[in-house]
Design a protein around this ligand. Structure first.
Ligand code: B12
Length: 234
């Protein structure tokens, strides 16, 4: 593999600065060892690398709300995905990158990329847990480049769930959807459709996610929590 070029790294600095006003962060970078594992760039060639972009805590919420107020049709049926595409798509275009979005099928393996780029692991909920931000972070897009990139992002050390004996996330789930330590989508959804689910998790956010003691300072604001739950297609 060739060494990361200065121009690729300079591009990352430009990308980082462009993301900041939108409450988005460069979360980490990943170089593909083989073309088979790489997504295709817009010119049809396999990407050499991706840079993951995401939110930390409620960082994107206010910039997103401001955009939504002005947007035609208030961003349509999937406003957060629409906002992500507008913001990240423009940054991709200005920096010679191809943008990928977690909401676009065929789903790119965002979580596998994140595990390699940031050294983080899955929680019993299925979502990745970060030692500092806990379960309060997500991915809004990825920029794929034709050159390798220098390592980026603060790679985490230990997996917080390893030392967590009580697993409050598992016991807090009112649907018992984590009882087998693997997220049971059907159980979760069935519960969300009940009256208790509607006034609990659906309104205030997933109770299992909320029970995790890691990164509580990064918990999403109540309206963002409700927004994400309401976006689930029940
Ligand atoms: C389909 C999907 C769902 C489905 C089903 C998940 C499942 N069991 O398959 C549903 C709609 C249920 C779902 C729910 C949620 N999801 Co979701 N989901 C996805 C999506 C679009 C595709 C996942 C996938 O299959 N990828 C394809 C494979 C090839 O990629 P992968 O990286 O190799 O796959 C990993 C996942 O499948 C994961 N996994 C296994 N079981 C489960 C269970 C759950 C619930 C999740 C989230 C992941 C997961 O393990 C794989 C190993 O690496 C991703 C975005 C993406 N492109 O990855 C978001 C994503 C995984 N979801 C995410 C989130 C945050 C959620 C919710 C918490 C949202 C919310 N409502 O607050 C909930 C979970 C809790 C709840 N109360 O419902 C985040 C996770 C961020 C993180 N910190 O890791 C992602 C990455 C989207 C994003 N924009 O950041 N999700």
């Amino acid at each position: 593999m060739t060494a990361p070029s200065a121009s690729a790294d300079t591009r990352l600095e430009t990308v980082r600065a462009a993301l900041e006003p939108h409450g988005l962060f460069l979360r980490g970078t990943l170089n593909f060892a083989s073309a088979d594992a790489a997504p295709l760039l817009s010119d049809g060639w396999p990407a050499a690398s991706v840079a993951l972009i995401g939110n930390i805590g409620g960082s994107l919420w206010q910039p997103f709300l401001r955009w939504r107020e002005e947007a035609p049709d208030h961003g349509g049926t999937d406003p957060l995905d629409c906002w992500s595409k507008v913001v990240i798509g423009e940054i991709a275009g200005a920096n010679g990158a191809t943008a990928y979005f977690p909401s676009d099928p065929p789903w790119q393996p965002f979580q596998q990329w994140a595990m390699q780029a940031e050294g983080i692991n899955a929680s019993p909920l299925g979502i990745l847990i970060h030692p500092r931000y806990g379960l309060w972070h997500g991915y809004r897009g990825a920029l794929a480049f034709d050159q390798p990139l220098a390592g980026d992002g603060d790679r985490s050390a230990a997996h917080p769930c390893d030392g967590c004996v009580e697993k409050p996330c598992v016991s807090a789930c009112p649907a018992g959807a984590l009882a087998r330590l693997q997220f049971d989508v059907g159980r979760c959804r069935t519960y969300l459709r009940t009256e208790a689910g509607g006034s609990g998790c659906l309104k205030c956010g997933c109770l299992a996610r909320d029970a995790c003691p890691v990164g509580r300072d990064y918990r999403y604001p109540p309206d963002q929590l409700h927004f994400h739950m309401a976006a689930l297609d029940l």
